[in-house]
Design a protein around this ligand. Structure first.
Ligand code: 0X9
Ligand code: ZN
Length: 307
């Protein structure tokens, strides 16, 4: 069995056990290690696919890039579990239409450290050579697209340290290679962060650079956002990160669109808007999972009409 309950936040080992449980129970699920973290943990990816072959359009989902954003892995596992369980066959169409690649915790070292050391750790756990300050690299400043150009720091002590070079981190390196390997299949890239209730559209690196198809991305996202909001009335704002937050280069969403060429790339900042922030009570996991699942399902359904 497994211990996953979505009634509390789980350790990485529980998440890995739950994934292997699903794999053992359902032939649709495969679990693969896409690489190792700095501390040699396996970065696991679930592949949910009704067909053996890999020619179907696919959707990528990841969570836990920033260690302290606990609602992200909780929501991503909730979504994967819903898809696999497919209660009353409500997601039959989504399983017929797409293969799903899901990485619940990209930054597993950081995530574990938020349970054992510092609850509000953000970065990876790699050494930076500077022993007098916080180690680690911000994995969402480490991707090789406009790397280091804005909203990131060259100071290893900073929480937004971009790293010594693009893809210096094993976590971003491993994940980017897997995405490139799947690029012809991938039609949508979704990365989950927290908090602020934002549906972010590329690009994040510059106030002035919007992709040529920005309006198309907005239109598709509006479907997802509406379904999410309809669930419990949770309000989201939509726009680019520079419009709603700040400029920041080296994010995975920008790279997925700008380099991997995945047209529909989004970053969601989940609940809440700051009352609890990163310390969102576990009682909000299920409602957050539910509304976000509805958003993702509506998003995937409208994407399906475009393929
Ligand atoms: O700063 C970030 O990496 C994200 N916000 S968070 O509070 N979760 O740290 C926003 C990333 C938006 N995307 C890009 N700037 N590319
Ligand atoms: Zn984040």
């Amino acid at each position: 069995g497994h211990r996953m309950t979505w009634q509390k936040y789980h350790r990485y080992a529980d998440i890995v056990n739950w994934a292997t449980f699903l794999r053992d129970r359902d032939p649709m699920v495969k679990v693969e290690s896409i690489g190792k973290t700095h501390e040699k943990r396996d970065i696991i990816m679930l592949k949910i696919s009704k067909s053996g072959g890999g020619s179907k359009p696919a959707i990528w989902i990841d969570g836990g890039m920033h260690a302290r954003e606990w609602i992200s892995p909780a929501t991503v596992t909730y979504i994967a579990n819903k898809l696999v369980t497919n209660n009353k066959r409500q997601y039959d169409d989504l399983l017929e239409m797409f293969d799903w690649y899901i990485v619940p915790v990209v930054n597993a070292d950081g995530y574990e450290f938020t349970h054992t050391g510092d609850r509000f750790w953000r970065k990876t756990r790699s050494g930076t050579g500077n022993i007098y300050c916080k180690k680690g690299v911000d994995p969402n400043r480490n991707w090789d697209f406009k790397w280091g150009s804005s909203g990131s720091s060259k100071d290893p002590c900073s929480d937004i340290y971009a790293g010594p070079r693009a893809f210096s981190e094993s976590e971003t390196q491993s994940m980017s290679q897997k995405i490139l390997q799947l690029r012809s299949q991938l039609k949508m890239y979704l990365t989950f962060h927290s908090y602020s209730q934002l549906w972010l559209i590329p690009y994040g690196y510059s106030k002035y650079e919007k992709p040529a198809d920005y309006n198309e991305l907005v239109r598709l996202a509006s479907q997802g956002k509406a379904a999410l909001e309809r669930t419990y009335g949770t309000r989201y704002q939509m726009g680019t990160a520079p419009d709603l937050l700040y400029e920041a280069a080296g994010g995975s969403d920008d790279w997925a669109k700008g380099v991997a060429g995945i047209k529909y790339s989004y970053c969601l900042e989940l609940r809440d808007t700051g009352r609890y922030g990163f310390a969102l009570p576990a009682s909000q996991i299920v409602p957050t999972g539910e509304e976000t699942m509805n958003g993702v399902a509506a998003l995937a359904r409208s994407l399906a009409t475009k393929l």
